[in-house]
Design a protein around this ligand. Structure first.
Ligand SMILES: Nc1ncnc2c1ncn2[C@@H]1O[C@H](COP(=O)(O)OP(=O)(O)OP(=O)(O)O)[C@@H](O)[C@H]1O
Ligand SMILES: [Mg+2]
Length: 370
C-alpha cells in the first residue's frame, strides 16, 4: 500500500490567536494538505524541525517573537531557508518594515480581514508545486527500492554461475575450455561488482547511507590482496605497492577492499595501458593515507561531476561502466570519516588520494544525496 503521508503537502500557520488559526485552517482545508498550527514563533520553529513545509503563513503581530523575527530566524537555518512565507498583516505599512531575507525564498503579504479567494489564489501554486515535487520524489524512491530488490535477487543465481565457472576452470582438461571458463568468471565478477554498486547507490538514496563495520585492519594486507587479484586477472599489467610506516588501524576491511578494487579497476580501464599502476600507502602519521596512481588523465568534461552517480563518462557508459565507482568510493571513505582527493594532469597522470583517520567510528555518517 502506498504511504499517503509521503505525498501529503504541509502548510504551517502561525498566529497567537486560536480563532485566527481555526479560521485560516477552515479556508485552506483540502484533500492532500496537512495543516500544522503554531501559536508562537517558538512552537513554529519546533514544528519546522520535524516537518518539511511547502508554505508558512505567519501573522506579523505576535508577542514574544513577532512574524518578521520568526521569518529571519527561518532564513538563518539551511533547513528552513527557502520556505516560502506569506505574512498576514493588519496594516499595509508593515510591508515596509525592513526584513532581511527577501532573497532566500518567496515572500508575500495578505491583509486582514483575509479574502478567501485571494488566500486560495496565493496558496494554490505552492500547493501544486510541492505536490509535484513529492510525487516525483516518491517515484524515485520506488525506483531505488526496485533496483535494490532486483540487485538482491540477482546475487544468488550469479554466485551459482561464478562457482560453476570456477569449477570448470579448475577441472578443464583443454586450454580452450579453461580460457572460456576464465572469461565467464571475470565477466561474472564484473557483473557482481555492478550489482553491488547499484545496491549501494539504492541504499544511499533511500537515506540509509553506507554503513561500515570497522575492525582491526592491516591496510597493507588489504592492498596486497586486492593487487594480487587484479594482477591475476590482468597478468601483463605492471602493479607496484609502496608501503611506508604503520598501516594498521580500525576500518571496515571489506569496504576498503571495495574502494581499492574500484580505484585500481579505474586505473586499469581508464589509464594508459602500458604504464605501471602504483599503490602508495603512508602510515607514518596519525592519519593514514593511500593513493592509486596511473598515467593518463580524466577527461576535462568528466571532472566537474566526477563524484556524481551515473554522470561521469556517460557517453560511453555501456562500454566502460555505470559511472558509480568514484561516487561509492567517496561514500565509503566519508563513512569512515575520511576524504578523497583527485589530481589529474598531463605531466603527472591521475592520482586518487584517500585520507583516513586511524580509527573510524561505527556508522560515523549517514551520507545521502541532496
Ligand atoms: N584512474 C583514472 N584514470 C583516468 N580516468 C579516470 C580514472 N578514474 C576515473 N576516470 C574517469 O572518471 C570516470 C568516472 O569514474 P567512475 O569510477 O566513477 O565510473 P566508471 O569507471 O566509468 O564506471 P564504474 O566505476 O561504475 O564501472 C571514468 O569513466 C573515467 O572517464
Ligand atoms: Mg570505475
Amino acid at each position: 500500500m502506498k504511504d499517503r503521508s509521503l505525498t501529503l503537502v504541509k502548510f504551517l500557520l502561525v498566529d497567537d490567536l486560536e480563532e485566527n488559526l481555526v479560521a485560516l485552517e477552515a479556508l485552506l482545508r483540502r484533500d492532500g494538505l496537512e495543516i500544522l498550527k503554531a501559536k508562537s514563533g517558538r512552537q513554529a520553529l519546533e514544528l519546522l524541525l520535524v516537518h518539511d513545509v511547502a508554505l508558512a503563513l505567519i501573522d506579523v503581530h505576535m508577542p514574544d517573537i513577532d512574524g518578521f523575527e520568526l521569518a529571519e530566524l527561518m532564513r538563518g537555518t539551511v533547513r528552513t531557508r527557502t520556505v516560502p512565507i506569506i505574512f498576514v498583516t493588519a496594516e499595509s505599512s508593515e510591508e515596509h518594515r525592513v526584513f532581511q531575507g527577501y532573497d532566500a525564498g518567496a515572500v508575500d503579504f495578505l491583509h486582514k480581514p483575509v479574502d478567501p479567494r485571494i488566500l486560495r489564489h496565493k496558496t494554490e501554486t505552492f500547493f501544486q508545486l510541492e505536490r509535484q515535487r513529492l510525487q516525483l520524489a516518491e517515484t524515485l524512491r520506488l525506483n531505488e527500492t526496485f533496483v535494490a530488490a532486483v540487485g538482491h535477487d540477482l546475487r544468488n543465481p550469479l554466485s551459482a554461475i561464478l562457482t560453476a565457472a570456477q569449477l570448470l576452470e579448475m577441472t578443464a582438461t583443454d586450454d580452450r575450455t579453461r580460457l572460456t571458463a576464465s572469461r565467464l568468471r571475470s565477466s561474472g565478477k564484473r557483473m557482481s561488482a555492478i550489482i553491488d554498486d547499484l545496491f549501494d547507490l539504492a541504499r544511499v538514496r533511500l537515506g540509509g547511507g553506507i554503513t561500515i563495520e570497522p575492525d582491526e585492519t592491516d591496510l597493507l594486507a588489504v592492498a596486497q590482496r586486492v593487487v594480487s587479484e587484479h594482477q591475476q586477472a590482468n597478468p601483463r599489467r605492471l602493479f607496484e605497492v609502496r608501503p611506508a610506516g604503520d598501516l594498521r588501524g580500525e576500518w571496515d576491511h571489506r569496504r576498503l577492499e571495495q574502494v581499492l578494487s574500484n580505484l585500481i579497476g579505474n586505473a586499469e580501464r581508464h589509464g594508459v595501458t602500458d604504464a605501471p599502476i602504483t599503490v602508495r600507502l603512508d602510515g607514518e602519521h596519525e592519519e593514514v593515507a593511500f593513493s592509486v596512481h596511473n598515467r593518463g588523465t580524466i577527461p576535462p568534461d568528466v571532472l566537474p561531476a566526477l563524484f556524481d552517480p551515473f554522470r561521469s563518462g556517460r557517453e560511453k557508459a555501456s562500454r566502460e561502466g555505470l559511472g558509480l565507482g568514484l561516487f561509492i568510493v567517496r561514500q565509503v571513505i566519508e563513512a569512515h570519516g575520511g576524504s578523497v582527493d583527485v589530481t589529474s594532469t598531463d605531466e603527472d597522470g591521475t592520482t586518487v588520494g584517500i585520507r583516513l583517520p586511524r580509527r573510524s567510528k561505527r556508522d560515523s555518517t549517514r551520507s545521502s544525496l541532496a
